[in-house]
Design a protein around this ligand. Sequence first.
Ligand SMILES: *Cc1c(COP(=O)(O)O)cnc(C)c1O
Length: 383
Amino acid sequence: MLEAYSRAWTEIDYDAIRHNVKEVKKLVKNTKIMGIVKANAYGLGDVACAKALQKCGVDYFGVSSIDEALNLRNAGIQDNILILGYTPSMHFHYLHEQNIVQSLVSIEYARELNAYAKENDVKIRCHCKVDTGMCRTGIVYQEQDKHIEDIYEEYRLENLCVEGIFSHFPVSDCLDEDCTEFTKKQIQLFDEVIDLLKSQGIDPGIRHLQNSYGILNYPELEYEYCRPGLLYMGVTSDDHIKIKTNPDFIPIMSMYANVSLVKWIYPGQSVSYGRHFIAEKPTKVATMSIGYADGLPRLLSNQGFEVLVHGQRCKLIGNLCMDQCMIDVTEVEDVKEGDVVCIVGHQGNEVVTVDQISRMAKTINNETLTSISSRVPRLKVRS
Ligand SMILES: *Cc1c(COP(=O)(O)O)cnc(C)c1O
């Protein structure tokens, strides 16, 4: 482990990405990976993650917005970049200047982008987004409402190079009969669109459909690309969700803070805002320098969440504060100011996982990771 940072920090093992990508490749053998590095790679560093992915042969990246795409370009990443979301018209010029691929969020949007491209005498690279059931972006192509003509039109717009097509799964993480039926229907609708395009003599371009759970539960699909985000971070959304396959991922992120103070309190004394913890016996309390403004969910307060000090499990007591929180270290010998508290990761023989935080905070790992705030340094470690 690196020398302790002054307050709270994460350590990120970007080398473990290689292992996680190998695990993904075992599942989707003939499908290339589009590395989703949106939201600063789920908070873990978009440029660092993209560079680690490049070393694994990943040559396509997905981001949510133009600023995220430019961030990769400014860091010297020259590969294909697809913007999964919406780019406002004031930023259209970046698309051709920086050779970025734009998702077509609707037919109206495609026409607007085409008009811009025509006016400026440029061609803009695009992927057609088909809404087979997410009802978020894309041209609707669902059992109840099939807009195939709009899809044809996108491919025929003169100043757009539509070189790929994709859709998105809302319930690929769920193995109930209803969910699998829904997902299989989506796959069927997606394939139907591809066949119809071909029947019109239109080349659909590269096809991609699977997000992380799409890879875990539908590894047999053989499109040109898949779009994992979470998986190369070495976690799933929730480790209690059953999956069909049995991959072995290494979580790349651990999180630490320092002990700032240790003191004994006596029966009847209370800890933190709201006085929700009241000592029943003499209790040794350590204050540590991390709080909800660092991204540790305030919902962990008073629920018995445990962190590690000297490799021993210690409960959070009282409400989490913005920049600090308190733990019961009665059973831990020789705790002192400056000691490192492990909030996520291994210490001694014990481990705390992001899943444990997410479950107690009633959320998914995606949110827990993206909530780690910008004031928490991301330190690069070798495993
Ligand atoms: C975020 C996102 C992904 C990646 O999702 P994971 O579940 O993290 O793999 C893939 N495709 C689209 C369209 C997304 O928005």
